[in-house]
Design a protein around this ligand. Structure first.
Ligand code: SF4
Ligand code: SF4
Length: 389
């Protein structure tokens, strides 16, 4: 493990040497080659997509090592995953069913892919009735098989324990679209945001958990998920179905496209997503966090402006902490001209070998990113390449 310190001259950061950057990238390169040595998609387009994805993931990690910067390279991966997910997913759904609309019978039979967003909505119905309400209702025969659900829940739990809400920066295949939108304008047009919007995800989480228990269905998936607009939705056979789909499209347009363009924030994640609120709780179990080294902080609050989820306030900076909603994206660390915003391993002194903390987080998070996001990128690329190759 490298123990070298990041150079501290603001604005004059010397890049890490190429040799050392290559060495640090080596484990990730081996993992990428293992993951993509066998194309998951058939044909030449699948092989080319696998090679391109492996090169992309290795190159981004190398740049993170070489430049000491996390956020700007992570963002390339995250936006690519967000944009390519609907391409591969919609293609598969159309091949399977010929439509993005799911008939209710298909839902009841459990013939829908797993999605992690309903996880918090499953807990109370399962506790009270021993029934999984994923993804449709408790009608007989409904839901995903117990083994399939257990496997996916196990994967989610393992990742969550390690990175906590880092899930929302390295694994979530929905967040990239709004991160891409937020990165387009040079400046935010809407700068004053009422800080009480931060409670939004918690309010939606509470409402959806209670509603899911009352209705015995994952209420968020049925009524409020913006990403139904770019994945699969309830087949609109009647007025209720049309209302549901109208809500999905409006929420997607507002929270994932328009507001990120106006605010340069991840508005869906910061103000609405109940799964994000749920993941925040696991920031308590993760060993990694971001701290403010008060011996260096000016405080210029550039980190606060850079944070896409409003997870820093004047008070939290003064305490040397982020809020619980921090998703470990690294934007504040990259933005801080004093190198006072630092990666940190719980139980160690603040600013004690922050680069070591960053490397440990990145090996874990990038390893998972390659496994999940890499597969999604390869699938989306293969779908596009299949048209040409
Ligand atoms: S950007 Fe750095 S120096 Fe400025 S307030 Fe944030 S931590 Fe302190
Ligand atoms: S506090 Fe820093 S690491 Fe956490 S979400 Fe905000 S910018 Fe990202």
């Amino acid at each position: 493990m490298a123990s070298e310190a990041r150079p501290v001259q603001p604005g004059q950061i010397a890049p890490r040497s190429i040799g050392r950057s290559v060495l640090l990238t080596l484990p990730i390169a081996v993992w990428s080659l293992l993951m993509f040595s066998h194309s998951r998609q058939p044909g030449r387009s699948g092989q080319i997509a696998s090679i391109l994805t492996a090169v992309f993931m290795i190159a981004l990690f190398f740049m993170m090592m070489r430049t000491w910067s996390t956020y700007r390279w992570r963002r390339w991966f995250f936006v690519a995953m967000g944009l390519l997910f609907p391409v591969g997913f919609i293609h598969n759904v159309l091949v399977m069913r010929g439509t993005m609309g799911i008939p209710i019978e298909e839902m009841i039979a459990g013939r829908t892919p797993f999605c992690y967003l309903p996880i918090p909505l499953l807990i109370l119905p399962a506790a009270f009735t021993k029934t999984l309400v994923f993804p449709g209702s408790i009608l007989p025969g409904g839901g995903m098989s117990g083994a399939g659900m257990a496997a996916m829940a196990g994967v989610w739990l393992a990742i969550t324990i390690v990175v906590g809400k880092g899930w929302c920066s390295y694994v979530c295949f929905f967040g990239g679209i709004e991160e891409g939108m937020a990165s387009l304008p040079a400046r935010a047009k809407l700068r004053k945001i009422d800080p009480r919007w931060r409670y939004g995800p918690w309010a939606v989480l509470l409402a959806m958990v209670l509603l899911s228990l009352a209705l015995f269905e994952p209420a968020y998936c049925m009524w409020l998920c913006p990403f139904k607009a770019v994945s699969e939705y309830v087949a609109a056979r009647n007025t209720v179905g049309m209302v549901q789909n109208g809500i999905f499209v409006l929420l997607f347009a507002g929270l994932v496209v328009v507001l990120p363009l106006l605010t340069k924030k991840r508005t869906q994640c910061a103000f609405f997503c109940p799964f994000g609120a749920f993941q925040s709780i696991f920031n308590k179990t993760s060993v990694f966090d971001v701290k403010i080294d008060q011996t260096r902080c000016s405080p210029c609050v550039l980190c606060k402006s850079a944070c896409p989820t409003m997870s820093l306030t004047d008070e939290s900076i003064a305490r040397g902490e982020t809020l619980i909603s921090c998703m470990k994206c690294g934007a504040c660390v990259d933005a801080c001209p004093k190198h006072a915003a630092v990666w940190h391993i719980k139980g160690t002194e603040v600013a004690h070998k922050p680069e070591r903390a960053r490397l440990m987080l990145l090996y874990a998070a990038w390893g998972m990113a390659i496994m999940f996001g890499g597969g999604i990128i390869a699938e989306g690329l293969a779908t596009i390449l299949h048209v040409f190759v």
